[in-house]
Design a protein around this ligand. Sequence first.
Ligand code: AHR
Length: 493
Amino acid sequence: MKQLRMTVNPYDRKSHINREIYGNFSEHLGRCIYGGIFVGKDSDIPNTDGIRNDVIEAFRNIRLPVIRWPGGCFADEYHWKDGIGEQSSRKKMVNTNWGGVTEDNSFGTHEFMRFCELVGCEPYISGNVGSGTVQELSEWVEYITFGGESPMSELRRRNGHDKPWKLKYLGIGNENWGCGGNMTADEYAPIYKRFQTFCKNYDGNELFRIACGPSSADYNWTDVMMRKLKHEYGWTAKGISLHYYSIKDWNNKGKATEFDEKHYYELLATARFLDPLITHHKEIMNRYDPDNNVGLVVDEWGTWYDVEDGTNPGFLYQQNTMRDAMVAAISLDILNRHTDRVIMANIAQAVNVLQAVILTEGNKIVLTPTYHVFDLYKEHQDGTLLYSYCTNETISDEKIPAVSQTVSAAEDGSMHITLSNCSLTEEYRIKCSITDTEIKNVSARILTGDAHDLNDFDRPDNVVIKPYKAETEGNDLIITLPPCSVVAVRVNE
Ligand code: AHR
C-alpha cells in the first residue's frame, strides 16, 4: 500500500459549486424519454401522470438539480406545438437523427414540466434554431411563462395549465456547428442574436439564455462568440455551452463492457482531457469577460461506446461499469475545480442512453455505477470549493494521476471530501490534514469493484455504495482507497 499526503485549507475558499454542475440531459433518443422516463398514464408501470415513479424517486435521491430537454440534435428538429393538446391528436414526426423512428409527441412541454416538478429540478429547454423560426421559439417562451392574456397563454390554459411555469434555462440552439445547422461561428452568431432578442422575460420570469458553444477544442467558436457578445450584443447570453465526450476513437469506440487494462487507462485519459479543454476555453472567456458575465455550461459530457449487441444502433444504448464510475468521478472533480467559470454541466444522458445514470427494461430499473457516483458527490451541491492538495502518482502509459479529489464546505460548517483511485492495482493510504480544524466526527461511504463490474436487470445491486471506514490519527484523517474506488467522507456534520 502506498502512502499519500493531503492538505485541505478551509480558509482558502475557491468558488461556489453550483448545484447545476450535477445536472442531466434527456433527449428524444432511443428509450430515454419513452420507456425510460415516460410510460403514459395507462401503463402498468407505477407512474404519476405517465412519469415512472421509480425514476422520479431515483432522481430525487441524487437531488437532480436541472435537466436539459428535448435534445441534442432532436431539439433542432422539434416543433413544440406538435407536443401539446390532446394526446390522440398530436402530430407525429420522424426522428431523423435517432433511428428514423416515429415520434408521437406524447411527451411534450406539459409532460416535461410535470416531470421537473415531480423531481424538484429546474427545466432547461433547448430551443430549435436549426429548423425552427424566431416566432416559434418566442411563442414557446410566451406559452410557458406568460401569465396575462395572450394567444399563447390562452392556448396553455385550454390545454389545462392555468398558471405559467417558471423557466430559467433556455438554450438558443444545439450544436449549430453540426446537426443544428452546420454553421460556422460567424454564421451562427447573428442568428443567435436574432433568436434571443425575441425570447422575452414575462411576469418576473428571467431567462438565462445559453448560446451554442464549441464542440470540444474548437477554440475559434468560443473566441468568435465571446468577442461578439462583448463588443456587439452585450451580455445577452449568460452561458455558452461546451460539448465533450470521452471517446478514444470515433471510428472504433469499443464496447462499454469489453476492455482491457490499456483501454481502461486510455479512456480515463480522454476523460481527463476535459481539464485542459476547460482551461483553454476559460482563458479565452477571461480575456473578453474578466467579470464573469458569461458562464461555461458543459451541457453534454460522458462516455460514448458502440451500442450493446442486438440494440438499435440509433438508440445509443450502452451498459455502464465501474470504469464509467471512475470517468464520472474524475469529470465531476474537474468540473468542480473549474466552478469559477463552469456554472452547469449535464451528463449525457439521464436514462438508457450513453453514460446513463439509470437503465430501465419494462418495469425494471437499474441504478448504474455512474448514478452512485452522483449519489456520493451530491453533498458538494451548492458547497464552497476549498483548496486541497494531494501528493500523487502518475500511472499507466497514459501518465494519468492515480488519485483525484474534491473538497467542499457546506453552509452548516461540515466538510465533504470525495476521493477516487483510478489505479487498477494499487491501494493508497491517504493522510489528510485540515488546517485549524478539530475533527469531531467523520463518516464515509465507498463505491468500489472490478473495473468491469456493473449492475444489470438480474443483479441490480451488484455495485452499490457501502459504508466505509474513515479513521483519525491525531487530528489527521486516514482514508484508504482500494483500487478502482470512489470514497465520500463527511467531516463534522
Ligand atoms: O447525446 C447524443 C448527441 O450527441 C446529441 O443529440 C448531440 O447534441 C450530440 O452530438
